[in-house]
Design a protein around this ligand. Structure first.
Ligand SMILES: [Fe+2]
Length: 137
């Protein structure tokens, strides 16, 4: 199985969240592809920055949906978002300052995190939102 291929198993049953997750997978795939093509540090850093910016946008969007619907597990979910954001921003800054290098481990980390977070945490939001608005598509 190749990394960062979205498929229906990742669907959380909410079209807006799914569309954002697809975009995250695309950005991660672009990062993967740039790495395997041996693109330089600057270009990898740029893609990583794009990925971080989109992740922040996506997390904010999920957090708004959780808050609007009084989602009971909001604090745990927000804490996971914050932890991931901190970790990836720190990594990007370390790379920029030559304290770290981009290796395949970064891709593995992103892949494991996406699968775990979407598969467990985000599916619960999707289920909850569907029960809040049973008539919504
Ligand atoms: Fe999430």
């Amino acid at each position: 199985m190749s990394l960062f291929q979205w498929n229906d198993n990742f669907s959380v049953g909410n079209s807006e969240i799914d569309a954002q997750h697809k975009k995250l997978f695309q950005l991660a795939a672009r990062f993967h592809s740039a790495m395997t093509k041996g693109q330089g540090k600057q270009s990898l850093q740029q893609i990583l920055t794009d990925l971080i910016e989109y992740t922040k946008y996506h997390f904010a969007s999920e957090e708004t949906a959780m808050q609007r619907s009084s989602y009971p597990e909001y604090p745990e979910h927000k804490a996971e978002h914050d932890a991931l954001t901190r970790k990836v921003v720190q990594f990007r800054d370390d790379v920029a300052a030559d304290r770290a290098v981009i290796t395949i481990d970064v891709l593995k980390f992103l892949n494991d995190w996406l699968i775990h977070h979407i598969g467990q945490m985000d599916k619960k939001i999707g289920d909850y939102l569907r029960h809040q608005r049973p008539s919504a598509a």
